[in-house]
Design a protein around this ligand. Structure first.
Ligand SMILES: [Mg+2]
Length: 412
């Protein structure tokens, strides 16, 4: 596995071109161009040529010394240092300007090339297309993870096996949100995800909350996570219940931007996982996409499920694989059949002992992609250990009214 990083704003905690322009006192032109480029409003190649034209007359050595002092995200720099052979920087920036910075980062780096004479850039020779580097490593049989934040990372991210859009220095370009696998706004969360991709798992359970659906049966025109219940959005209640969970992952699709905005009011270190095919797929796909690069054990949690706070604590503290069920309460029920040991032996739409509500805790080895419901993924694994909980599903408007009433006195 190879990790390809964009440089500016992804590994460095500031954009580098404004640093150069500030130093030489030509800030305004550069700032304007940089902002337009990051947003995708000026094509990268045009912008880059114009920026090199503005800055090319300045001393190459002076710029390289200046950029060597640009601050890095410490934990990302440490990850790169710990995995030097597998990390690669790909930047549109000129290699001659970044020499000092490249040395400081310490891994293999690719940039654009220029001809320099007497310490000045006299001619732009090549502009790096990041997607070519992705292809180069893929053709060697490598799995490529691409981490970036700008519109000029779009094609590279599209080609990569796993793509992570980051919003560390500024929000990721809007264009990335329709293709990326993950979006992460916090340095520690990013490093956690990178380590998980390397197989360096945390010991705790990951919690995967599926919030990708369109909430069609509820009929409020909102994805369920954003539905207001007892004075807060449904997702805000989930975040309170899981406040002590380190690796909390939200699968998003419909109204993804609104969910991200709501969640970030409470917490920044969430790993957002995209299910871009939320319209054609069900919770099985969302769970798989949220759990595939998480810790070994993942707790599957439907975004529309409220579980009694005491039961949430019990579930989080219970090791091993299990699935949860409750007394029948919702309108549109999937039942479970249980045996004398309380194990779940099968699921049914027609009849059964209890209602299948979730959550469930599964080991990575049992995860497989399933476009249908989560319980379809679990059916072949039965019998499975069962745990009875007080869990309430909000599928229909009547469920919503009833659950609001049941949960109004819960102390979370
Ligand atoms: Mg960048």
């Amino acid at each position: 596995m190879k990790f390809l990083f964009d440089l500016d704003g992804t590994v460095t905690s500031v954009e580098t071109l404004p640093v150069i322009s500030e130093h030489f006192g030509c800030t305004e032109q550069i700032l304007e161009l940089t902002a337009k480029t990051v947003q995708g409003n000026v094509p990268f190649v045009e912008s880059f040529i114009r920026r090199v034209n503005i800055l090319g007359d300045y001393s190459v050595n002076e710029i390289s010394d200046l950029l060597a002092k640009v601050p890095l995200y410490d934990n990302i720099a440490k990850f790169i240092d710990d995995h030097k052979e597998d990390c690669i920087i790909v930047t549109g920036n000129l290699t001659c300007w970044c020499e000092g910075l490249f040395k400081k980062i310490g891994c293999k780096c690719y940039g654009s090339e220029a001809e320099c004479v007497n310490d000045k850039v006299i001619k732009l020779k090549s502009i790096l297309r990041k997607e070519q580097i992705v292809e180069q490593y893929k053709s060697l049989g490598e799995t490529v993870v691409f981490i970036g934040d700008g519109n000029n990372d779009l094609e590279a991210m599209r080609q990569a096996n796993v793509s992570i859009a980051v919003g560390l220095t500024h929000n990721p370009a809007q264009s990335l949100m329709s293709i990326c696998d993950y979006i992460i706004f916090n340095e520690n969360a990013l490093v956690r995800q990178l380590r998980q991709l390397c197989g360096e798992f945390g010991n705790s359970k990951s919690v995967v909350i599926s919030c990708a659906g369109i909430g069609s049966r509820l009929g409020l025109g909102l994805t369920k996570a954003l539905v207001q219940i007892n004075g807060g959005s449904l997702i805000s209640w989930q975040l309170k219940l899981f406040r002590d969970v380190e690796d909390l992952r939200l699968v998003i699709g419909f109204q993804a931007s609104e969910i991200i905005e709501e969640v970030r009011r409470f917490r920044d270190d969430i790993i957002f996982c995209y299910n871009h095919r939320y319209f054609e797929t069900k919770t099985g796909a969302s769970y798989f996409l949220g759990a595939r690069h998480a810790n070994r054990e993942t707790l599957e949690w439907d975004g529309d499920l409220l579980v009694h706070p005491d039961d949430v604590r019990m579930i989080l503290a219970t090791p091993g694989e299990f699935i949860c069920y409750g007394d029948k309460s919702s309108e549109d029920t999937v039942f479970v059949h249980t045996n004398e040991h309380g194990e779940v032996t099968s699921f049914s739409r027609e009849s059964g002992d209890f209602e299948w509500t979730g959550p469930a805790c599964m080991d990575k080895k049992h995860l497989m992609y399933c476009s249908q419901n989560v319980f379809n993924m679990f059916e072949p694994l039965c019998p499975l250990r069962g745990i009875k909980v007080r869990a309430y599903d909000i599928d229909t408007y009547n469920d919503y009214v009833r659950v609001a009433e049941i949960t109004k006195d819960w102390k979370i």
